[in-house]
Design a protein around this ligand. Structure first.
Ligand SMILES: CCC/C=C/C(=O)SCCNC(=O)CCNC(=O)[C@H](O)C(C)(C)COP(=O)([O-])OP(=O)([O-])OC[C@H]1O[C@@H](n2cnc3c(N)ncnc32)[C@H](O)[C@@H]1OP(=O)([O-])[O-]
Length: 248
């Protein structure tokens, strides 16, 4: 039916390393150029984890040129996903913090597994970092200003039930039905003529994407100088240590 399934696979936690981001962007571009493909279901092959978000090791202990390169690729993936002409449905079958949530928010519809161990949200503030304006814009577009304001400041990671209530996801289903539900949602969206759906999507999303496009360079510089700060590197160090301790 002209639908591709993209499965994220970057063990152990599907973090978006520079390599992973680049491959993702290339795969997406190929699908976008393949006229037989009208929709993509985005899911994960890592058990219990949709994506741990941006790779912290790409943002910690590196040099400014690396941060700039990394950020350019994060922007690129976001722009392609958010403005894709294809129908994107996410089958969220695991934890989806920060950049993981970002991937899901780019989709046209989000189905999440009903497992209270899985959480989703833009939790950047918990790490001592700040979600950039375009993460924020997309959050506001999805859940509204007040909910986004609160969730961003608190770095809230929502359970599936809470995520559904706030509108971070559109549907919560038993874990073993996430993929079948994503497929049935896709069938419904495929019934809409592509040209009218695409123009409508573009009308809804263009201003948000353009907001980044017009200041990409400044945003890269902003990120690079922010992430290079000693205080921010220290916060990331502490967060990474916390992740290690949790493991031990
Ligand atoms: C301005 C910038 C905007 C930023 C946006 C972002 O997305 S910021 C990102 C915000 N993201 C988050 O806040 C999510 C942080 N991660 C988590 O909360 C959990 O890892 C989990 C719930 C995803 C999986 O739990 P689990 O019990 O199944 O797994 P586990 O916890 O035992 O980890 C296994 C190994 O993976 C490692 N590692 C983990 N994440 C990352 C990462 N993003 N990157 C790199 N590495 C990561 C972890 O250190 C450990 O390494 P070790 O010790 O083996 O060398």
């Amino acid at each position: 039916m002209g639908v591709a399934v993209m499965k994220l696979r970057n063990p152990p936690v599907n973090s978006l390393s520079l390599e992973c981001l680049t491959e993702f962007t290339i795969s997406l571009e190929k699908l976008e150029n393949d006229k037989s493909i009208r929709g993509v279901i985005l899911t994960s092959e890592c058990p219990g984890i949709f994506s741990a978000g941006l790779d912290l090791l790409e943002m910690y202990g590196r040099n400014p040129a690396h941060y700039a390169e990394y950020w350019k690729n994060v922007q690129e993936l976001w722009l392609r996903l958010y403005t894709s002409n294809m129908i994107l449905v996410s089958a969220i079958n695991g934890a989806s913090p920060a950049g993981g949530c970002l991937l899901a928010l780019c989709c046209d519809y989000r189905v999440m597994a009903d497992n209270p161990k899985y959480t989703i949200g833009l939790n950047e503030s918990l790490l001592g970092i700040v979600a950039p304006f375009w993460f924020k814009d997309m959050y506001v577009n999805t859940i509204g200003h007040r909910e986004a304001e609160r969730a961003l400041q608190l770095g809230t990671l929502f359970s599936p039930a809470e995520a559904l209530k706030v509108g971070v996801v559109d549907e919560v289903v038993p874990e073993d039905q996430v993929h079948s539900k994503a497929r049935s949602v896709m069938t419904k969206w495929l019934a809409i003529p592509d040209h009218s759906r695409q123009l409508t999507k573009n009308m809804m999303r263009k201003a948000t994407a353009d907001n980044l496009i017009k200041q990409r360079e400044a945003d890269i510089q902003n990120f690079t100088s922010f992430i290079s700060k000693d205080s921010i590197q220290k916060s990331l160090h502490m967060y990474l240590e916390k992740l290690k301790q949790k493991k031990g």
